[in-house]
Write a protein that binds this ligand. Structure first.
Ligand SMILES: [Mn+2]
Length: 240
């Protein structure tokens, strides 16, 4: 369910790429692939372009992810968009029918008709390997969405809560306390600035377009330091 990361080196965190290959490439360039102490995490929603269909490069992104999926310092996490593709029993699978149909179209745009089924299976199997969360030895939890006010019965329910409809600061604090953790980083929710601190939770948007402005935030965290709000604030960076 959650990958564990030690207290050496650095952790890069990005969220909600949504098929933007240009941005994905820029973020990948920041990663030292062969350095086992340089970890990279994509915290959900790599796929399903939100903007124009012709700009959706989800299959090309997954092709690159498949090259690194077995690297111990590469951590793609499930978002609601990946979950809608791989969990046919989930509510997301039904409600995100349009995005799923679009995903098939984007595969058929980049692959030949003959290869379509093979690639659909390849991407399905690949996304099944994505974890729900990562936990670091210095006390950080990273997932696509935080715990919900509603009780959750299984980890799948974890991907339901949204910032807009559910002030969950009590739940976040309880969750962190119960699991002996210090801070939480999530994506999913678009925030006006491109990031938002809610007590011990940071929401970041690494593919952020609002009113013509672009503020793409990510984190570059020193894993040897104690995690607190100050460290997270210092670790917040932006790319244009
Ligand atoms: Mn999401």
């Amino acid at each position: 369910m959650a990958n564990k990361i030690g207290n050496k080196g650095q952790l890069l965190i990005f969220t909600d790429i949504h098929g933007d290959k240009e941005l994905f490439d820029k973020y990948m360039d920041l990663w030292e692939v062969e350095n086992p102490n340089c970890h990279i995490c994509f915290a959900g929603d790599l796929i399903h372009g939100r903007f124009s269909p012709e700009k959706d490069k989800s299959p090309e992104i997954l092709d690159i992810v498949s090259e690194y999926i077995n690297y111990p310092n590469f951590h793609p996490l499930l978002g609601n968009h990946e979950l809608s593709e791989i969990d046919s029993s989930s509510y997301l699978h039904m409600t995100m029918r349009k995005q799923r149909a679009h995903f098939i179209r984007s595969i058929s745009t980049s692959k030949s008709k003959k290869e379509l089924d093979d690639y659909r299976k390849k991407y399905f199997d690949l996304m099944c390997k994505f974890q729900f969360a990562i936990v670091t030895e210095n006390g950080l939890w990273v997932s696509h969405i935080g715990p919900s006010k509603k009780s959750y019965h299984n980890v799948r329910d974890y991907l339901w809560n949204t910032f807009e409809s559910d002030d969950n600061s009590t739940n976040v604090n309880d969750f962190l306390k119960n699991h002996d953790l210090k801070f939480m980083v999530v994506g999913h929710t678009e925030t006006p600035k491109g990031y938002e601190f809610l007590d011990k939770q940071l929401i970041i948007n690494s593919n952020h377009h609002i009113k013509g402005e672009v503020n793409n935030y990510y984190l570059d965290i020193d894993l040897s330091k104690i995690v607190d709000k100050e460290l997270i604030k210092k670790s917040l960076k932006t790319i244009t």
